[in-house]
Design a protein around this ligand. Structure first.
Ligand SMILES: C[S@@+](CC[C@H](N)C(=O)[O-])C[C@H]1O[C@@H](n2cnc3c(N)ncnc32)[C@H](O)[C@@H]1O
Length: 223
């Protein structure tokens, strides 16, 4: 049986880097097991962990960013920068195809994780990836108060208590038709209860779809 197609347009060294980073993340998560859902010392435990967005979800987000010609993207939760690479590649291809400007705003509160993310982006290539990223280090509820352009796409992959405040902070910056992606919307539905209630409330102007990826992936469009 042939492998499913990979939509990501990138040189072989970037595809190998992404494979390696996903493998490392999966290896860490298999050891973490049930600790992932424990509240005790969660932040400390996660300080040296990837917890990257799954590869098939990254492919979807990449394809989506290409489809909507996303120019301005916020990634709520960057960690070691894996999903950011996909977003930057998609943005770079969009700009190359039809010109203009844009950035992926990446957010990470842990300085060691931000440094590692930067290292991964450099390994992918400054021209191809790093130059498309505006890394905001620190608590995103502060760093995203600084100037944010009109947004096409928002990827929420973050500890649950931060998710809804981040969305509310960014809502005034979202263009009509902007897309919000939330990871683990099935497995973490109870932790994300306030966020999902907000997205699904008929008064807030979103239309929502739960995509059947492992643990769920919510796709919401803001009108
Ligand atoms: C699930 S990981 C992100 C994974 C990343 N999207 C990827 O695919 O590689 C969530 C990250 O959000 C960071 N984080 C949590 N709360 C934050 C906050 N208030 N501000 C900025 N970053 C935060 C954590 O340190 C963690 O690295």
């Amino acid at each position: 049986m042939s492998l499913p197609p990979n939509p990501v347009v990138a040189p072989p060294h970037v595809l190998s880097l992404l494979d390696r980073l996903h493998d490392e993340s999966i290896k860490q998560e298999s050891v973490l097991g049930s600790y992932l859902s424990s509240a005790d010392g969660f932040g400390d435990l996660m300080r040296d962990k990837f917890i990257a967005l799954d590869k098939d979800k990254c492919h979807f987000v990449y394809q989506l960013a290409r489809a909507i010609d996303a120019r301005n993207i916020v990634e709520v939760g960057t960690s070691f920068g894996v999903s950011t690479i996909y977003l930057a590649l998609a943005l770079g291809s969009n700009l190359e195809r039809s010109g203009g400007k844009g950035k992926v705003i990446a957010t990470e509160k842990e300085s060691t994780k931000a440094a590692k993310a930067l290292q991964h982006w450099r390994e992918a290539g400054d021209e191809l990836v790093t130059r498309h990223i505006d890394l905001r280090e620190g608590n995103l509820l502060e760093t995203l108060k600084e100037s944010v352009p009109t947004l096409d796409l928002l990827l929420i992959d973050i500890w649950a208590p931060v998710a809804l405040p981040a969305l509310k902070l960014l809502e005034p910056r979202m263009r009509p038709g902007a897309v919000v992606i939330v990871d683990n919307s099935i497995s973490s539905a109870s932790r994300y209860a306030d966020l999902l209630a907000h997205l699904r409330s008929p008064t807030n102007g979103y239309i929502n779809l739960t995509l059947p990826y492992s643990n769920g992936l919510e796709m919401s469009i803001k009108f």
